[in-house]
Design a protein around this ligand. Sequence first.
Ligand code: SF4
Length: 678
Amino acid sequence: MTELNYVPTICPYCGTGCGIYLVVKDGEIVGVEPWKEHPVNEGKNCPKGKNAYGFVYGDGRLEKPLIKENGSFREATWEDVLEIIADKLKDADGSSVGFINSGRTTNEDLYVVQKFARCVMKTNNLDNSSRFCHSTTVPALLSTVGAGVMETSTISIGKADCIILAGVNIHETYPMIARRVRKAKDKGATVVVIDPRETVTVKNYADIHLRLNPATDVALVNALMKIIIEEGLDNKEFIESKTSGFDALKDYLAKQDMSELEKITGVSRDLIREAAEAYAKAETGCIIYNAGEAQHAEGVGNIQTLADLTLLTGNQGRPGAGVNPLRGHINGEGFGDMGPIPVFYPGFVPVSEEGAKKFEALWGVEGLPPEKGMSYMDMIEKCSILYMMGANPMVSAPDINRVRGLLENKDLLVVQDMFMTETAELADIVLPAQTWAEEEGTVTETDRRVQFMNKAVEPPEEAKPDWMPFCELAKLMGYGDKFDFNFGAEIFEEIRKVVPTYTGITYERLKQAGGIQWPCPSEDHPGTDTMFADGKFKTPDGLGHFQVVEYKPPAEPVDDEYPLALCTGRILFHYHTGAMSRRTEKLNFEVPEALVEINPEDAKEKGIEDRARVVVESRRGEIRPIAKVTDDVPEGGVFVPWHFAECTGNALTGPSAGPPSKMPEYKYVAVKIEKGGE
Ligand code: SF4
């Protein structure tokens, strides 16, 4: 009888980083078992984790390089395609070349792509899908506490006695972190949920639901802070010794009219007071937020006010406290740490003259560009050559009809992926990539937890790890000695040298369940559960900096023509662009197509019945999903998941906002809805 082999690894979906065993029989994955000793998920997994392998053998898995000729793909050899790409890149000006990558790839992959772009192409035109998730988080938290990261660990959330869940439907999108919230609640913690929708999280966890009008978060948090100050619940000792800028915030809030804030938010002052008191009086208050705060054009302001709230109450530097962004991807933190972004080198060293010199010395090269590169949408618009590693903007980017036109007109579009995705179909060259089960490497989860992924099975035919083609291109382009990597372990050794927060982390140490949370400065350091535990923030002066943030109404408000506010988001059974979850039979069985949630009053007005096909239209496009009539969404609001390429909310969303985040508006889009459609 063939023996089953249990290979410990990490769930490939969200940024929680649950441990799983892949069950392997005769060289093929046949199942998933929870990794019982793993401290993050303690032997539990959500539906995605329990089915985390079907896609490995899913439809459209790429096995060989492909070149498009006369509108059709033909198989090619790696030698041929790499030579074509290298020749094009040699002739190109680096400023016209862009590299877009994904948080499903490993730290090793991301480190190599950014090194290639900078050393070989002399460009900082690098970006990734975090542009559409947490590009607001980094500037917001840098300006307040000096580090754009989760402050506590997912495990320590259970120690909080008041938890504010702001813009995060945690039960569906991070089920195993939701368990920690449940544990805290069972011990008596108060849970406050800020969300316009009455989600399953509200129903199952909320003691207080602040059901605000869409996109009024800044006004709501300003109201919370105003009450805390007026009631004398602010932590004066903490504010005095550890922060700056409080007087300006206090003056600003004193001038705010509470009746006006009630009107803007739609939440009564009594309920706001109840939440303010619960949070300010807690021993350990924890704020957890995600896309509902971050994926707004004004998301930086949303997050700055949440950080202000922690500084105001001194909820910092203790396990279970702080302001905590939840990252969406398996390597959601790593794709900041490794520097494949236009404004930071690895280790969040700013792109600048000084930064360029530092990395020229570390890498032994000359001419690194000191200017910031283009961000995701700018590259799609302006670069003539684009190299996509695992990115699928034809589902994830805003205003995809426009994106299609831009991608179809590139001099060269290379897509390296596991599957023939919607974006790969538009490519000139498609390169087959390995899945997470077919290579060893590391990822860094939402709470700065670096974890090791074992290789469980062999890849199909000619699929390669994502980092490898860049090393081969570097050789063809005269930089082979800088990319002499044969294994992920060799890349990680270089990462340890150039990213100080990773110095004490080794492949060997990472083989323990639960990995190591950075900063980890030496090999005898256990890793860091809680940021700022020494009482100092990572700002240049070590203080927390209050920011005054004024509420701004949405740039494209609802009107008579487009009277409903659309919010896009994620659901329990699917993940991001659906490339993996929709190729997993059991997940697809549960939710095979997109539903648009609409309030019964709005449905009645339009004569829309539950389960009827409808047309949802914005100024940029339309989709034809099935209606789900439910008062989970407020009157005047609709919700559409964005996982379904044929019916994604991103056919409706608008262009990127301006600096500093360039975050598109994903959570408030003016739409209209009619019954009918095919
Ligand atoms: Fe996987 Fe996230 Fe579910 Fe854990 S919570 S099993 S990491 S999808």
